[in-house]
Ligand binder design. Structure first.
Ligand code: ZN
Length: 172
């Protein structure tokens, strides 16, 4: 038996292992790069998705101006959005034990539009302050590339909406 053969076999096996390892490393790196790209796209969308009035296409707010309270309601926390809305106060129709009440109406401020966009959510426990609570169906959600559509449920909206924290209350 030729004594070189086992060495050669071991050499080939080592090379195969090396190639396999290299291939695995490349595949892992490619996957990590794809994940990073996906995350970049997601962050980009989070910052840039716009909410427009479904009726007149007026810009109302960006997705990061919206916060989720009680896990279900979505309020606009950017006070600048008030210029683009008309709030009509009324007696609350529902009061939460946590110190929130809902009532009144929120409309698009465009005088020729006046689409109803939601109701008023009032915090009264720590500070008496109003937020527009928006109805998703009254909006067109517009991507950075200008394409957009309306959604019935928040879970389908292509951006992440942060939860409301009491820091948000301190900011206003
Ligand atoms: Zn409008």
């Amino acid at each position: 038996m030729n004594p070189i053969v086992p060495h050669l076999q071991a050499f080939i096996d080592d090379r195969v292992n090396l190639w396999e390892n290299e291939l695995l490393t490349i595949q892992t790196e490619m996957k990590e790069e794809r994940d990073r790209e996906k995350e970049r796209r997601r962050l980009n969308m989070v910052n840039q998705v716009q909410f427009q009035c479904l009726n007149c296409s007026a810009f109302i707010c960006r997705s990061d101006d919206i916060k989720c309270i009680m896990g279900v309601h979505h309020i606009i926390t950017d006070p600048d959005a008030d210029e683009r809305l008309r709030l009509e106060r009324d007696a609350p129709y529902f009061v939460e034990p946590e110190g929130l009440e809902y009532g009144g109406q929120v409309y698009c401020a465009n005088v020729s539009c006046q689409l109803k966009l939601g109701v008023i959510c009032t915090f009264f426990k720590y500070k008496y302050i109003d937020f527009p609570l928006i109805s998703l169906k009254a909006f067109r959600v517009v991507n950075p590339d200008g394409t957009g559509k309306s959604y019935k449920v928040w879970k389908n909206v292509p951006c992440k909406i942060a939860d409301f924290t009491f820091d948000d209350l301190r900011d206003v």
